[in-house]
Design a protein around this ligand. Structure first.
Ligand SMILES: [Zn+2]
Ligand SMILES: [Zn+2]
Length: 275
């Protein structure tokens, strides 16, 4: 079932994301390709590649926005924790179930409570206003894909802007454009350059952060607490597979492939309920 949060900050960020994406497409087609690559074979190639990247970014974004990040279902009957110590119980797989005082329920290992979503989210990473959703176990893959495609779009835009100023007429027989057109092209190129640099740096920083968290698999505290086969050193590809699913690594960037397959790795119920 698709979900959408009514968080104003998230809605503004989602709208901004689409304005930025469509603006870059408008500038690339109208002010770069159509103005400086008329009659060149490169023109249709750039249009197709750029729009494919825009399409993939939107697909990944839509999936990240509307998919369930891993909301822990609320129990049918609320458990009264008032006279119970809010301790942790050890699950068979070595993880620790804990009590969420806000949801008034037990939650699986690594689940955290999100104040914006007002629910506990499996392996919650952070609440991201840009997707107006939490980044959790079930949608982190789409979030990573979105970051990669936006990063590629930023680099590609900067490359096209640079090319258009170095070779303002790639076919070799263009009429010099009127001053108005030249000024408008300059203005759009400057705005798109700034947008690409800003968003490019932003997504690379988040992507580095995300990869670091995935490859280290756990925080320092978790490392001290956990032993045995559940944790320990695992290859980077295996850790990445936990986020992106069991398909071939080459398919991890496709927003249409299946969600991560680790949904059932943790049972939806706590192993022992103290009486
Ligand atoms: Zn909670
Ligand atoms: Zn959230």
């Amino acid at each position: 079932m698709p979900i959408f949060r009514s968080d104003p900050c998230g809605i503004v960020c989602v709208i901004l994301t689409y304005v930025a994406l469509f603006y870059s497409d408008y500038v690339v087609i109208n002010w770069i390709v159509l103005q400086t690559m008329q009659g060149s074979l490169w023109a249709p190639c750039h249009v197709v590649v750029f729009n494919t990247l825009i399409f993939l970014a939107i697909m990944a974004h839509v999936r990240a926005v509307f998919s369930d990040p891993g909301i822990v279902p609320l129990p049918r009957s609320r458990i009264d924790f008032s006279d119970m110590h809010a301790g942790k119980i050890e699950a068979e797989d070595g993880g620790e179930w804990s009590v969420c005082a806000r949801c008034e329920m037990y939650r699986p290992p690594r689940a955290h409570h999100c104040r914006v979503c007002q629910r506990c989210i499996r392996r919650m990473d952070h609440h991201c206003p840009w997707i107006n959703n939490c980044v959790g176990e079930w949608n982190q893959k789409y979030f990573l894909q979105f970051l990669v495609f936006v990063g590629m779009l930023c680099l590609y835009s900067l490359f096209l802007i640079a090319t258009s100023w170095i070779h303002p007429c790639s076919s070799g027989h263009c009429k010099p454009p009127p001053m108005m057109i030249k000024q408008a092209r300059l203005m759009h190129s400057v705005i798109l350059s700034m947008e690409s640099i800003l968003f490019g740096l932003f997504v690379s920083a988040i992507l580095c952060d995300q990869l670091q968290a995935i490859f280290s698999d756990e925080t320092a505290v978790e490392q001290v607490k956990r032993q045995g086969p559940y944790r320990g050193h695992r290859p980077k590809l295996a850790l990445m597979g936990e986020v992106c699913g069991k398909s071939h690594p080459l398919l991890w960037l496709l927003p249409c492939s299946s969600a991560p397959t680790s949904h059932s790795s943790i049972s939806p119920h706590p192993p022992i309920l103290p009486v």
